[in-house]
Design a protein around this ligand. Structure first.
Ligand code: SF4
Length: 317
């Protein structure tokens, strides 16, 4: 309750806890969540501004070169007008943050310039926080994005350092940590989370939670593998809902005061248990993900209001 983390041993024991303790666990997580975030749920809207054709080999991703042809839509960077229009739409949905994502290892110089102008226009016209997720960053790129008015940069650690080569070999865990630190050093807020259900162990999940704490994340998206046809991970079994909820509770106890978001794969993994996830998490994406649709804004709103939650305002971002 004072903002400190539990120990690694306690975190692991949470992940090993039996089904008959799950509701007690979520109740305890909710006590912490309520202290810092009340009943509010911060909405985020994603925009995939460029899809497919990525040189990286992330085994879960349908935009990778390793995925089969047709696994994900392929298009180049969307126009400034399209991306700004998306920000306005997100604001109308009461999202506090608009998360613009681009496939690829890093931003090219021309794309960086265009994205900086797009950020400037959004910040001038739409009252919404802007987060960008566009791959590895150099200090100079981060400084340019900060100068353009960017609020936050997303770069996930994905899993533990030891398990990371199972997910990706074209860049390293150290590359990911470096970009997370570069974003923080540039004065950007850091969104840094991971993926659960990609054949990692419980110990890997604990390592991920503590590694995210070590890089000083301001926001933690927790994704659940929704195996995509045409990817190397297509036959992986989905994480069981109970294990997803235990992991969210563990993340809450390691990061008591940090924004935790139920992210990609939420509907597919948790199904009718989605509302329970909000007893640990305090944020969610609505209106779908990068390459998969969600259950829709109206259904998301019905879900959170039926459980007694309310949409968070921009002033609480
Ligand atoms: S997760 Fe990102 S870096 Fe990895 S293949 Fe997909 S688009 Fe590329």
């Amino acid at each position: 309750m004072e903002g400190q983390s539990i120990t690694r041993d306690q975190a692991l024991r949470i992940l090993q806890s039996p089904a008959n303790e799950l509701l007690s666990l979520l109740d305890a997580a909710f006590t912490v969540r309520r202290k810092y975030f009340g009943f509010q749920v911060r909405l985020h809207v994603l925009r995939n501004a460029r899809s497919g054709g990525c040189t990286e080999d992330c085994g879960y991703c349908s935009q990778s070169v390793r995925a089969s042809e047709g696994a994900a839509p392929q298009y180049s960077l969307q126009s400034r007008a399209e991306i700004v229009a998306g920000a306005l739409q997100a604001h109308k949905m009461k999202a506090i943050r608009y998360c613009v994502v681009s496939s690829g290892r890093t931003l090219s110089n021309p794309d960086l310039g265009e994205i900086c102008e797009t950020i400037r226009q959004i910040k001038a016209e739409v009252p919404i926080q802007v987060c960008l997720s566009m791959g590895l960053l150099t200090p100079d790129q981060a400084a340019q994005l900060k100068a353009a008015g960017l609020d936050r940069y997303n770069h996930n650690l994905e899993t533990s350092e030891w398990h990371f080569p199972h997910l990706c070999t074209t860049h390293s865990y150290a590359d990911r940590v470096s970009t997370a630190r570069i974003a923080k050093m540039a004065g950007l807020e850091l969104c840094c989370g991971g993926l659960l259900g990609a054949a990692e162990t419980r110990e890997d999940r604990v390592d991920l939670a503590f590694a995210i704490r070590a890089v000083g994340a301001d926001s933690i998206p927790v994704n659940f593998l929704d195996p995509r046809p045409g990817t190397p991970f297509q036959a992986y079994p989905r994480l069981k809902p109970g294990d997803a909820l235990r992991a969210l509770a563990m993340f809450r106890f390691v990061h008591p005061a940090t924004e935790i978001r139920i992210a990609g794969g939420r509907e597919a993994c948790l199904g009718p248990m989605q509302a329970l996830a909000l007893y640990a998490a305090n944020s969610m994406f609505t209106e779908g993900y990068l390459t998969t649709p969600g259950q829709g804004y109206a259904t998301d709103m019905a879900l959170l209001t039926a459980a007694g939650f309310e949409v968070g305002e921009l002033t609480q971002a």
